[in-house]
Design a protein around this ligand. Structure first.
Ligand SMILES: [Zn+2]
Length: 201
């Protein structure tokens, strides 16, 4: 049976920066319920339903701040196993995007740079992509892939669907504007898209 996108994954309230500085304990990162059967993680008066199932390594690509250098970081994510159904729930820090190598913030930043600030694909890539290989910088297929995933509701599902006549850049612009609107506080559009994306993942 195929797994639906996002199934088995829950997000912690702890953001990726704080998480990377110190891995939260099994108790601190414990999800409220099993992602498969919905059983309460810690039913009152009985044994824990979800037990710690170790850590798993995960790469996070992209800058760790809106104006930061692109980098690849390694973080450890926590896993829990359900004693009732056997399902495994992975807990990710807020700011990661399920099944993406890049952080949600890095994706949000890309959408802002390309869609709102009208940078070229190559200039956007320079700011976000950790690979410095010498292929044609304007041929960065990752950005259109993200924009397509948004259109299909697989990434940042809060973003409204675009008319089919929208260009890639217009789609990126709409997505970035939605992410900016989610951010708390004030700042440049880059800062807002970076922060809003972490909340929208
Ligand atoms: Zn379960």
């Amino acid at each position: 049976m195929g797994r639906l996108s996002g199934e088995g994954i829950v997000y912690s309230a702890i953001d990726v920066k704080k998480w990377a500085a110190e891995i939260p304990s099994v108790e601190m990162a414990r999800p409220a319920c099993c992602s498969r059967c919905g059983a309460a993680s810690r039913p009152p008066g009985s044994a824990l339903a979800l037990e710690g199932h170790g850590l798993r390594e995960r790469q996070v690509r992209g800058p760790s701040a809106p104006l930061g250098e692109p980098e690849t970081r390694t973080i450890w994510v926590r896993r829990y196993r359900c004693r009732l159904c056997g399902g495994v729930t992975t807990v990710l820090p807020r700011g990661l995007a399920a099944r993406r190598h890049y952080s949600a913030s890095a994706i949000g930043l890309s959408l802002c740079l390309y869609g709102m600030l009208r940078l070229s694909v190559g200039a956007t890539r320079q700011r976000v992509c950790t690979w410095r290989v010498s292929f044609d910088p304007e041929r960065w297929t990752t950005l259109p892939r993200w924009i397509r995933a948004i259109g299909q509701g697989r990434l940042f599902p809060l973003v409204r669907a675009c008319p089919s006549t929208f260009t890639l850049r217009e789609r990126a612009e709409r997505a970035a504007a939605t992410l900016c609107a989610l951010a708390l506080g004030a700042g440049s559009s880059e800062t807002l898209a970076f922060a809003g994306a972490a909340l929208a993942a």
